[in-house]
Structures are given as C-alpha cells and as structure tokens.
Design a protein around this ligand. Structure first.
Ligand SMILES: Cc1cc2nc3c(=O)[nH]c(=O)nc-3n(C[C@H](O)[C@H](O)[C@H](O)COP(=O)(O)OP(=O)(O)OC[C@H]3O[C@@H](n4cnc5c(N)ncnc54)[C@H](O)[C@@H]3O)c2cc1C
Length: 149
C-alpha cells in the first residue's frame, strides 16, 4: 500500500475523524483537486480540506471505491424478481423475493458485506426450506478491523 506517503489518507469521513493516529494522518471532508505522477513511483496530490488547499506527496495511491450489486442485465425482471432503487434484490426478512419459492441471499440482497453474513443467510434459507421460520431480524453480526499500524 502506501510506503512513504507522508502517511496521509483522504476521503469522505465524519468530521471528527480528522487527526493523526500512530503516524497516519486522516484528512476528513477533503476533496482531491489534482493528481500528478505515477502510483508506485512518486505521486503528488493537491487536496482541498475545509481549512485550506495543501499538497500531499508519496509513493502510491489506493482507491477504495466501494461495491455495487451485479444484478443488471441478467434478466431478473423477466422472472419477476424485484430490485430496490440501488439494484439490490428485494427480499423480506425470511429472504423470500417477490416471486414465490424464489429466495435470495448474500450481498446481492443488500445484506451486510461479510462472509459470515452470507453464510448465515444460507442457513436461514436452508431452515426455511425445511419448514422453519427463521428471519434476519435481530441477528447479531460481529465485525472487527485489523490494521497495522
Ligand atoms: C477485498 C475484499 C476483502 C474482504 N474481506 C473480508 C473479510 O475479511 N471478512 C469478511 O467477512 N468479508 C470480507 N469480504 C466480503 C466477503 O468477501 C463477501 O461479503 C462475501 O464473499 C459475500 O458472499 P456472497 O455469497 O454474498 O457473494 P460472493 O462471494 O460475491 O458470491 C457471488 C457469486 O455469484 C457469482 N455470480 C455473479 N454473477 C453471476 C451470474 N450472473 N451468474 C452466475 N453466477 C454469478 C460470482 O462469480 C460469485 O461466485 C471481503 C471482500 C472483498 C472484495
């Protein structure tokens, strides 16, 4: 990742996230104005913080662009499967779609984006197919972040 970037990260973070921790500077509410150089060699970013424009220099740029559901153009509408405005398959809390006997699970339904959640979605559908009545309501979802530094 970033080898010598004067330890700066930029992005849309809550204002209270600005600061410096263990040598990493976080710039919240900051826009990138321009990028010069080549990631992997030398990069110079001009950024606009709420306070001023400044320059950040380093070796690499890491872009965290987020994820979108891969549900477009595969004919779901032909089967009557409904999507929400963001493209996720609409399900109820038993993970049933709008079409009887068609179920959906995992990230494509907008479930929290963790492996263990998709696995638990599977367990819910498996048990419901066997006559159970399990739901996604009130389930506990562990999450943690490992970082060095
Ligand atoms: C870089 C990265 C790191 C991650 N790290 C963690 C982590 O540390 N811990 C954690 O819990 N989660 C992590 N996740 C999230 C985790 O990988 C996902 O939440 C999990 O894989 C979601 O499972 P899923 O079954 O819903 O979807 P996926 O695992 O994405 O499975 C969907 C499957 O559907 C297939 N597919 C797509 N379109 C079609 C189609 N039209 N026809 C047929 N098949 C299709 C795909 O090829 C894929 O195999 C990470 C994700 C990423 C990207």
């Amino acid at each position: 990742m970033v080898r010598s970037f004067s330890h700066a990260k930029t992005g849309t973070l809550p204002p209270r996230s600005s600061g410096r921790w263990e040598g990493i500077e976080v710039l919240a509410r900051t826009e990138i104005v321009s990028v010069q150089g080549r990631s992997g060699a030398n990069v110079r970013l001009v950024v606009r913080t709420p306070v001023a424009e400044r320059t950040v220099e380093g070796s690499d740029v890491m872009v965290a662009a987020g994820r979108t559901p891969n549900t477009a153009g595969i004919g779901l509408e032909l089967a009557g499967i409904e999507l929400d405005p963001r493209g996720y398959v609409k399900v109820n809390d038993r993970l049933e779609t709008a079409v009887p006997n068609v179920w959906a699970l995992g990230e494509g339904t907008g479930s929290p984006q963790f492996t263990h959640v998709s696995l638990d979605d599977f367990r819910i559908i498996r048990d419901n197919l066997a006559g159970g009545n399990r739901t996604t309501r009130d389930r506990l979802i562990p999450s943690c972040l490992f970082t060095d530094p």
